[in-house]
Design a protein around this ligand. Structure first.
Ligand SMILES: [Zn+2]
Ligand SMILES: [Zn+2]
Length: 272
């Protein structure tokens, strides 16, 4: 069974459960926590709020963030410079050689690792839309620290195909875009970028297959992007193929420039 089918079946089941679980919202959550206590997935500490139902604040904070210096263009941390106290960002060798033609700058808030990776997986595949709270806060903290707040006209989530959207019940990138929007006072949320062709889940594909998988998969409806500076929001970026295809589509639709903000980058960790 391929991953997409597996996801669909899981999500059919979770959709059925969603109705039954509805009463647990609000006061129900506090009651549930009283009778069915929840514990941190990493250290086992009892969790007292429903803000993040997976990890305690300490384990969450220990999940590694991306800090300076990182590549000015692709957002990847510079392995050699970690821990050397240098604070200025600069382009990596790969970007100097072959800069991305469609994306001006890509930013990632954290490594796709530890508590953050686990949270993103459940956020996407296990019907946990409330996890947008913790992940959104991660984006807000990064964006306030590292990004130009007045730069963008539009904040655009990476879209899901309508079939997958219906099965999942929500678009995780849309929920993240909503959370980070207030950081950019000039920007508004725009969903005119659509996924017009269903694509396979990228995680099991190599780089070449990923590019082929998303080629021609997106389109922009209307002319909302014309002359606009766009910030594209995604949950996790691995090889850039999805966000590059989205950015190319947005640029063809007249966007002046496209930057990308992801909650996590799947890059190797280089501890000092
Ligand atoms: Zn913990
Ligand atoms: Zn780079």
């Amino acid at each position: 069974m391929c991953e997409a089918e597996g996801e669909m079946q899981t999500q059919e089941a979770t959709r059925a459960a969603r109705g039954a679980r509805g009463w647990l919202d609000g006061w129900g959550l506090a009651l549930k926590n009283l009778f069915l206590p929840i514990y941190c997935q990493q250290c086992g500490l009892r969790l007292l709020t429903e803000e993040n139902t997976l990890f305690c604040p300490t384990c969450w904070e220990m999940s590694p963030r991306i800090a300076r210096p990182f590549c000015t263009l692709c957002g990847r941390p510079h392995p050699g410079a970690v821990g050397f106290g240098t604070r200025s960002n600069f382009p990596c060798a790969a970007c100097r050689e072959r800069p991305n033609r469609h994306i001006r700058r890509l930013f990632g808030a954290a490594y796709y690792d530890a508590a953050i990776a686990e949270t993103i997986k459940r956020f996407k595949f296990r019907d946990r839309p409330h996890l947008a709270g913790s992940l959104g806060q991660l984006l807000v903290e990064f964006a306030e620290r590292e990004m130009e707040r007045d730069r963008y006209d539009l904040v655009v989530p990476v879209p899901l195909h309508r079939v997958r959207h219906r099965l999942r019940g929500y678009n995780q990138s849309f929920l993240l875009a909503e959370r980070v929007l207030p950081v950019f006072p000039r920007a508004r949320l725009d969903t005119s970028l659509k996924r017009i062709r269903p694509t396979r889940t990228q995680s099991r594909l190599d780089e070449k297959q990923r590019r082929a998988n998303v080629r021609g998969a997106f389109a922009v409806l209307g002319d909302a992007c014309g002359g606009k500076r766009v910030l594209l929001v995604d949950d996790v970026v691995t090889t850039n193929s999805t966000v590059t295809e989205c950015a190319a589509t947005l640029r063809r639709a007249g966007a002046l420039e496209v930057d990308v903000l992801a909650a996590a980058l799947a890059v190797p960790r280089h501890d000092p």
